[in-house]
Ligand binder design. Structure first.
Ligand SMILES: C[S@@+](CC[C@H](N)C(=O)[O-])C[C@H]1O[C@@H](n2cnc3c(N)ncnc32)[C@H](O)[C@@H]1O
Length: 339
């Protein structure tokens, strides 16, 4: 970890700033070992220059299992991964470059990649960022991250690796120009939180791009779908659309790699989408979107409803205006508030 970099990280639970505490050993500008501490007393070790910011300290069973599986597969991963693409006659570099295109990067950008694995996308992203850019590569599995660090050694871009959980990101909000994840999110212990975290740490207007396996619904009951889902249960994972954050704007979904992986990309907005919910809606019903939602009263008898419709028509008002006037007048009378 580069000296001074500690100020960019935060406690992944409390989001408090971290400071370097104890035992830091510096080689030139590198902190090769030490401890990052937060005011709450959480401590995160730095080993061989890599901060371990994984939270929760005791991972849920699903993440412990994933971590163990990935750690066992680290050596074979790069050997067999090309099959994921060649099965469908796809060129891995073309596919990965197209995914990275969706980040709409410019040189000099600051980018986070979670679940970065052995760096097959990281090296493409790093190339796009140039010497002025910064790429934060994170993974839960130390042996995957080690291979990634090795792969990216020598790239012009400044690369900052850390062990971290993709759904507890150790960064303040609005830290990144863009955020990328491919291949692991389906099995994260909290997918909704992972999306929310990516939106939180990405600046408004920045892109989030996320992909993973999911057999599309229209292929699940085909021979193609059944054979693949039987071989690889990862294809059974549902599309996580309902887990996207409310900040997602201009959201797009594409099916890639033989049409059995999804890629979702969106622009990060602020809060819920903006809309004018208060303009008077022309027409017989009238009111506004907001009064229609918040202004509902108990139902009336069919006879009272028929009379109200006739009276409204006679006055030429919208139903909203007629009701509002009638209710106010009756309320004032019954509350004894004379005009
Ligand atoms: C299938 S690999 C994909 C790696 C890389 N993105 C690629 O496309 O080759 C999934 C990666 O997600 C990581 N991972 C799994 N669960 C994670 C979590 N909760 N937080 C961060 N990374 C996680 C794994 O260690 C592994 O490196």
């Amino acid at each position: 970890m580069r000296r001074g970099e500690e100020s960019f990280y935060v406690d992944p639970l409390t989001l408090e700033p971290l400071t370097l505490a104890e035992e830091e050993i510096r080689e030139g500008n590198e902190v090769v070992s030490g401890v990052l501490a937060s005011p709450s007393g959480h401590r995160f070790a730095i080993r061989q220059g890599v901060p371990d910011l994984v939270y929760p300290f005791e991972l849920p069973a699903i993440d412990r299992q994933a971590l163990q599986q990935y750690e066992e597969r680290a050596d074979a991963y790069d050997r067999y991964l090309p099959l994921t693409f060649s099965t469908y006659g796809e060129d891995e570099q073309t596919v990965r470059n197209a995914m990275v295109d969706k980040l709409e990067l410019r040189p000099g950008a600051i980018v986070l990649e979670t679940g970065a694995g052995t760096g097959r996308d990281s090296e493409i992203i790093a190339r796009r960022l140039g010497a002025e850019g910064r790429l934060y590569i994170q993974d839960l599995a130390p042996s995957f991250l080690a291979k990634n660090i090795e792969r990216l050694r020598g790239v012009a871009t400044r690369v900052e690796p850390a062990l971290a959980n993709g759904y507890y990101l150790p960064f303040a909000e609005n830290s990144f120009d863009a955020c990328f994840h491919f291949g692991g999110i389906n099995a994260f212990g909290d997918i909704r939180r992972a999306f929310a975290e990516m939106a939180r740490v990405t600046k408004p207007g920045g892109k989030v791009v996320v992909g993973d396996e999911s057999m599309p619904p229209w292929l699940r009951d085909t021979e193609f779908g059944r054979i693949l889902m039987n071989s690889n249960p990862e294809f059974v994972y549902p599309l996580p659309l309902e887990k996207l954050p409310v900040e997602a704007r201009k959201t797009r979904l594409e099916w890639i790699i033989g049409g059995v992986f999804y890629v979702i990309d969106f622009v990060v907005g602020v809060g819920e989408p903006p809309a004018d919910l208060d303009f008077p809606i022309p027409g017989m019903r009238g009111g506004t979107h907001r009064t229609r939602y918040y202004g509902q009263l108990e139902g009336v008898t069919p006879e009272a409803k028929r009379l109200a419709a006739a009276a409204r028509a006679a006055t030429g008002k919208s139903m909203h205006q007629w009701l509002d006037d009638v209710v106010r007048e009756a309320a004032r009378r019954d509350l004894g508030h004379g005009d």
